[in-house]
Design a protein around this ligand. Structure first.
Ligand SMILES: [Zn+2]
Length: 170
């Protein structure tokens, strides 16, 4: 955690920045109230963020959304939808003691999808969020998903056995 913070500080350019709109060195960090409109799972969602950190020009009023702003909007979307934030997913994977690759295999999705959630600000679908919640909280779900043959054996019963059973009962 400490490493992450110091990295962010190093990456941050010192304020004020030069404004791309008016050319003045007057861009500073401000907090604004923001009504977000985000498309997710094929639907447009609108929600209010009372305090969003953005860069804004003190001279001409131009507003700039940076990576941190995008992260805050993603968290706002997750809270609005009642799904896990990127930090909660990261913590869940860590708690289960699996690598991102193994986690993806157990869920039956590509490793790149997990990477997009964790690194690229992509928000998971509700259905995968539900599956992840089960995976994180229920060891029985974890072991079932880890053993794909076990799931197939339950899902596809032998047809001849079913017919025999039916015959015995009649
Ligand atoms: Zn400006």
């Amino acid at each position: 955690m400490g490493n992450q913070t110091s990295e962010n500080i190093l990456q941050d350019r010192p304020y004020p920045h030069r404004c791309a709109a008016c050319g003045q060195m007057t861009v500073i960090a401000v907090q604004i109230a923001y009504d977000a409109r985000v498309r997710h799972d094929g639907k447009l969602h609108t929600f209010h963020i009372p305090s969003l950190r953005i860069d804004q020009c003190d001279h001409c009023g131009e507003q700039y959304f940076n990576a941190e702003t995008d992260g805050q909007i993603s968290v706002g979307l997750c809270r609005h939808l009642g799904i896990q934030t990127v930090d909660e997913i990261r913590a869940g994977i860590e708690k289960c003691g699996v690598s991102q690759k193994v986690f993806a295999e157990h869920l039956g999705i590509a490793t790149e999808i997990v990477s997009r959630w964790l690194n690229d600000g992509v928000t998971q679908t509700r259905s995968l969020d539900k599956l992840m919640r089960l995976y994180f909280t229920m060891p029985s779900v974890r072991s079932a998903l880890a053993d794909c043959r076990g799931i197939q054996a339950v899902a596809e019963p032998d047809a001849s056995n079913v017919l025999e059973d039916a015959g015995v009962r009649e």
